[in-house]
Design a protein around this ligand. Structure first.
Ligand code: BES
Ligand code: MN
Ligand code: MN
Length: 434
């Protein structure tokens, strides 16, 4: 759990565990210490004249809470009905493991690996950390790659492979509002004293309009409109709204801009959400106070060509300007990341298409995704290599939620697809693959 300093040691032992697995697989491996969490690098014996595939993934996970909703403990992997349940099963330890098994299979077969393989598995993806730049930045040539293979996005559905060509960026902040020196008796002071919970509720209420638009001036600056072709293709990818609602256990999807198709809202339009909200008394029973502090975590998902820094300051300015003068507002910013788009017609993505077709018997859908993988735009720009997002998990794998799972069939198909991908990449002659 990379976000919680109390787990720093556990994150390190996850890195060591991964190193051990790489060693058993027959790869050279090294743990890079950084100012944050370690990065695990592993590589096959370098061969001249074959392309290099860099496999990126992350070994860190999101916090497992709420613990009492897990049917088996989050850090005791348990198989039920063909699914492996554990925090990180699908995001992203399982898919990373599928790639490791693919490389292991090539090595055990006695054949030469068709490409050079290098793994970079980091421990700060889930906090949008940048420690990976500390090991790549000083000598990017050492990490030269013809393609960056990433399995950290889902398939379209069971048995429906997908290549993701666009993910969103993110800005995230914590907003704290203080209205008095301490909580106050709500009878003795009610009718006079300011209430921090009411202040933050009103403040947050100003962020969005009834039609779902974000009400912050400048928020939509540089948002790239979808092309007609893209809108048509996003609509075509099969999707059943009723089924989606059933899967997430909701009654409607009021979040987002009403005038856009749900798929556009989910994948290709910016969003603004409250991720957490606390104030006053939240324990058992009733306590009659006027809270003096209220805190909210809010974040926005970004699309091309929004600038995370600009959105962040726009949001901050807006919140400050709308906060009443009798309240004190403070804002703490977390790491931000820009969105990423890749062109689907590059040889290394076509190779992924062929690999998926071989394993699934059908071509992949080309999709965008709403989530973020913060470091990818840096990696792609620094290594001048295209990113290939070939996911193995399912949309209902409960990422970041209780009972995260990874289907074992998906795991095996993922490993096969990875093995095929390495073969397909080996067939691309060096020099014409970016
Ligand atoms: N694997 C996800 C990204 C993802 C999720 C892509 C769903 C497509 C669909 C990744 O591990 C993730 O959760 N990223 C965080 C980054 C954030 C904490 C900076 C995210 O998107 O919330
Ligand atoms: Mn992930
Ligand atoms: Mn995640």
């Amino acid at each position: 759990v990379s976000t919680d300093p109390a787990h720093k040691k556990d994150v390190s032992s996850a890195a060591s565990f991964l190193k051990e697995i790489f060693r058993e697989t027959g790869l050279a491996c090294r743990i890079h210490k950084t100012s944050g969490h370690p990065v695990v690098e592993a590589w096959s014996p370098p061969r001249k004249g074959v392309p290099t595939v860099l496999i990126y993934g992350h070994y860190d996970v999101q916090p497992p809470e709420p613990l009492d909703e897990w049917l088996s403990p989050p850090f005791e992997p348990t198989v039920r009905k063909g699914n492996l349940y554990a925090r990180g099963a699908s995001d992203d330890k399982g898919p990373v493991m599928a790639h490791i098994k693919a490389v292991e299979a090539w090595i055990k077969s006695g054949a030469l690996l068709p490409v050079n393989v290098r793994f970079l598995i980091e421990g700060e993806e889930e906090i949008g950390g940048t420690s990976l730049t500390e090991c790549v930045g000083p000598n990017p040539e050492r990490f030269h790659a013809d393609a960056i293979l990433v399995s950290d996005t889902p398939m379209l559905g069971p048995g429906k492979p997908a290549i993701c060509y666009g993910i969103r960026g993110i800005v995230y902040m914590e907003v704290t509002v203080r209205t008095a020196a301490s909580d106050l008796h709500s009878g003795a002071h009610g009718g006079l004293a300011p209430n921090a919970a009411i202040v933050i509720a009103e403040l947050l209420g100003k962020l969005k309009r009834k039609d779902g638009k974000v009400n912050v001036p400048g928020f939509y600056r540089n948002v790239r409109p979808l092309t007609r072709r893209e809108r048509e293709s996003l609509r075509a990818a099969d999707w059943d709204p009723k089924r989606y609602l059933r899967e997430i256990g909701a009654r409607a999807f009021p979040g987002g801009e009403k005038q856009y198709h749900p798929r556009e809202r989910q994948w290709a339009r910016p969003t603004l959400d409250i991720n957490g909200l606390v104030s006053g008394f939240t324990g058992e029973g009733a306590k009659t106070i006027i809270p003096c502090v209220a805190r909210a975590k809010i974040s926005a998902r970004l699309v091309p060509d929004q600038d995370p820094g600009q959105v962040e300051s726009t949001l901050e300015d807006y919140l400050r300007s709308k906060c009443p003068p009798y309240a004190e507002i403070s804002i703490r910013k977390f790491e931000s990341a820009s969105s990423l788009m890749v062109s689907p017609d590059t040889p290394s993505i076509e190779a992924a298409g062929r690999a998926l077709r071989r394993v699934f018997g059908r071509p992949p859908a080309f999709i965008r995704e709403g989530g973020s993988i913060p470091i990818l735009s840096y990696l792609s720009a620094t290594l001048h290599a295209p990113v290939v997002m070939m996911g193995f998990g399912r949309p209902d794998d409960n990422l970041h939620a209780p009972n995260e799972k990874f289907n074992l069939g998906d795991f095996h198909r993922g490993a096969s697809a990875s093995a095929c991908y390495l073969e397909e990449m080996g067939r691309i002659s060096k020099g014409r693959n970016d």
